[in-house]
Design a protein around this ligand. Structure first.
Ligand SMILES: CCC[C@@H](CC(=O)O)C(=O)C(=O)O
Ligand SMILES: [Zn+2]
Length: 332
């Protein structure tokens, strides 16, 4: 297990190596999970890098070969992209946008087939990203490692913060350099880094107006329309107001990624393949509405209003014009 100082020097190297963007980035606090400040950040639904959780200590020996040997021979969803970016899309919403062209394709492969493709990958081949919920088809050694996760700690967090049930643990195995572009999720997330290094860009829910998500009916619902590598300041005039935070995760680190927080995730280039497992929890129900509303509550409200209008109008082409006529000259 790398020493703390060794970890810190690698993290410093990576901070100097990673790409900078048009917006400023503060560092997400990195705290021992027993530090009361860490607890306070989680209660306030703010991101924090937690060290010493031992959440996935039993998996720190996972690498490509170990997983290839022990994970079993069931199928895993492997995404392919012609670029290093893997923009998520919802299959079930494609019917609403006939012109939609999926930016990635996916195939079911055994882990061993995935590894074979990885080992013979050459420039010009599609990039690959394995993303699959861990389930009971994994081999006995992986069951043993999974059972040995620090469930006591994470379940105590779930209880203290009144979260709902754990919905899934997604296994993520990415080539170095792959990027999941900026989006938000509707679940609480403890993101555990197991092998390799990942860099998160994080933006609070109140940055919604600067990140221009696709319409709720669109296959790219919850994803930003903004390409950080080629920002269109004409089309997205509030982009200059964007402010974010950065979190670089080393093996063993756990990032608390609060619900509705925007994030872009990169497998740090030239640092090898990455292995991560996330822990997605249903968020706590809103006990009682306290004013002023929190930004994430406003995002949830906007989503509900948009969904209702789409259901009533059916023809999604009418949604924009109707919402415009609601506000233009009356509220704006
Ligand atoms: C499909 C989920 C991917 C993950 C980001 C990443 O590790 O590439 C993420 O966005 C999350 O855990 O919420
Ligand atoms: Zn996400």
């Amino acid at each position: 297990m790398a020493s703390a100082s060794n970890n810190e020097s690698v993290l410093e190297e990576i901070r100097a190596q990673v790409k900078s963007y048009h917006f400023p980035l503060d560092e997400v606090p990195r705290l021992n999970c027993h530090d009361p400040r860490a607890e306070r950040l989680i209660q306030n639904e703010e991101p924090v890098i937690l060290t010493d959780t031992n959440l996935v200590a039993s998996a720190l020996q996972w690498d490509a070969n170990y997983l290839g040997e022990h994970i079993g021979n069931s199928n895993y969803t492997v995404y392919f992209s012609n670029t290093h970016k893997f923009l998520y899309y919802d299959d079930k919403k494609i019917s609403k946008v006939p012109s939609f062209v999926p930016p990635t394709r996916h195939q079911d492969l055994t882990f061993q087939e995935f590894l074979r493709k990885m080992n013979k990958w050459k420039n010009g081949d599609p990039w690959m990203y394995l993303q699959q919920s861990l389930n009971n088809t994994v081999g006995p050694r992986i069951v043993q490692d999974f059972t040995a996760f620090n469930w006591t700690w994470v379940t105590e967090q779930q209880r203290k913060n009144k979260w709902g049930p754990l919905t899934s643990n997604l296994l993520l195995v990415g080539m170095e350099g792959v990027i999941t572009p900026v989006h938000y999720d509707e679940q609480q997330n403890f993101f555990a880094q197991i092998h390799g290094y990942k860099r998160f860009l994080l933006f609070e829910p109140g940055m919604f107006p600067c990140l221009y998500p696709y319409p709720v009916y669109h296959p790219h619902d919850r994803q930003s329309q903004v390409d950080f590598d080629n920002p269109d300041f004409e089309k997205f005039p509030k982009l200059p107001e964007l402010r974010g935070q950065q979190a670089i995760l080393a093996p063993g680190d756990v990032l608390y990624l609060p619900v509705y927080w925007w994030h872009q995730v990169e497998s740090v280039p030239e640092r090898g393949m990455t292995i991560s497992v996330n822990f997605w929890y249903k968020s706590a129900p809103t006990e009682k509405v306290v004013y002023p509303l929190k930004p994430q509550q406003k995002v949830a409200m906007m989503r509900n209003i948009e969904k209702m209008i789409c259901d009533v109008l059916v023809n999604v082409e009418e949604v924009g014009p109707l919402m415009q006529s609601m506000v233009l000259g009356r509220y704006t």
